[in-house]
Write a protein that binds this ligand. Sequence first.
Ligand code: GCB
Length: 667
Amino acid sequence: MRSTVLFLSGGLLFVLGAASLALTAWLWLGDWPQDMKAVVDHQRSLAERGAHGGDPTLQDVFAREHVSLAGRWQAAIDPYGRGDVGGIAPRAHEPGTPSDLAEFSFENGLELDVPGDWNSQDPRLVFYQGIVWYKRTFSHTTKPGHRSFLWFGAANYEAAVYLNGELVGRHVGGFTPFNWDVTDRLRKGENLLVIRVDNRMRDTDVPTPMTDWLNYGGLTRDVLIVDVPETHVQQFEVGLDPEEPGAIRARVRLAGPKRASGARVRIVELGIDVGIDTDDDGRGEVRLAASPERWSPASPRRYLVEVATRRWRDVVADRIGFRTVEARGEEIWINGAPLFLRGISIHEEALHGEGRVHSRAQAAELLGHARDLGCNFVRLAHYTHSQHMARLADEMGLLVWEEIPVYWAVDFENESTLATAKAQMREMIERDRNRASVILWSIANETPEGEARNRFLAELAAHVRALDDTRLVTAALVTDPSELAEFFVKDYLPALFGFELDEWVYPVHDPLFEVVDVPALNEYFGWYYSGGLAAVTPFSSHYARRVMLDHIGRIRVEHPGGKPFVISETGAGAKHGMRVPEAELAVFSEEYQALVYRKQVEFFRNQSGLAGVSPWILKDFRSPLRMYQGVQDYRNLKGLVSDAGERKLAFGVLRDYYAERAASDAL
Ligand code: GCB
């Protein structure tokens, strides 16, 4: 009897237990099995995504048939990565009935302009570093015999692209273009496009989380659907032959099933119309005797160049200038004659608080100020700017330095950091290799010396040279702390104590000097060093500044020599409209900035064999590092022009120097 009761109650307990388990399972899973599958699919695709960085990029997309996806996109700010769970954001899952429990929706929420950084579009996003989901729908029909590419001008920093709920791929690197062939993923009718953009930076990224500029996030440049014939021109390079400048070298790379059947190049104005054989890989090259008029800052002549598949089914037309650039001794030679670079550094931030430049008009406004300064050269710091900049520079006759953000101390020991830097460099070179304006590829800015750094940058320089044998490699150096200490102890300190020296020597012996073709130096005499020294000596900063200013014109940079040497940065901060008599040496006054520029001009004149200068910087720019509230307000104020476009006193100082240089160089 007792055992029967036990048996029955045990059975009851078992049934109750099983029922509650089933109930729990039903409650938790409910009608979700499809979503669970989506979770699994999503996780699997996440695992696969490491292999994606985009298909080889199409060059000159704007010269091809394309549709812009510019406009208002729906968006969701996702600081915790909630949208990843269950693939809820990629599928843009919306509740279907009022009883559906929803914790995510794109509807009735944020909208963002694409192209455009997110920071300038919503006060919640000014300093935001994290994930934002972008969503829009579109219809597109690929013509028979064609392929459709989804192309991005840039997305900062990491973009995961989902089409119709599935991951297409992922791209890392915030400033260069990338694309995927999405032909086979497009649906008839409406397509759902969701992009996950994440601008959080890690120590192994390029750049690292610490930079002196605002880490603008988002789909910062154009997004296009580009249609090309199945066999098409993927990349091409047309320029003077580096071995024989009396000839033009044309290189092409076709993609598609008939890539081995040959290409063509035509330059009507030069009477050129020839075939190019291509190999199984789609690559081909020809050399053609020609003597085009040279492109130069004084005369930025360009020719219409057409590159096509053998039977003209795909044709890409571009306007290309022809010029040579060489490092000869301590000079930079353009078209066989030395040219002093009268430059200015530029961050790609539009005037009037508009954030990252995304239009030609914004780029033109910046470069207009550079032209009015009398520049023949711009340093596009510290990352790859939009293609508008180099294209406009081609038209305006400005020489260009382009750069990737190997900035300060990236993780030089890390192989994947090097791979990221190389990818960014390749994407930049592939985009701009036909721009006559671009003469310098910069591999680094102010990187601290060391074995690992030397190896990393030597490899990066070799990578650049393998990709482009027609331009020069540069890097902006910074004085090593031990050399700076030597300068303080031997020259600056004795002067503070009243000892007079005819000359101050500023030593720069970075091993990178040997690696690059054009070594460059960032120096801030008159701005940074005085305050630091005053803080550790009994001298006032006013006195320390006075002594420095009195000597800047007597400083000589001591370097290994034999190469063109450029001053890639110098400057001082000034808040536009802050006017204080010069004698007060008030930092952030326009007078003080102008004084530093006058002294720097004396310093430039004192360097023998200086090949050019590009002071820091054209326009004030946002930077979270600059926290002097009421004055800086999160802006680096070293601009010669304020954000509103007002020119400061120092603008005139540099303009006068450039006018004088231009006149004497023309003699
Ligand atoms: C530098 C950096 C640049 C900074 C600048 C400054 O040396 O290369 O990114 O913004 O100095 O203003 O301190």
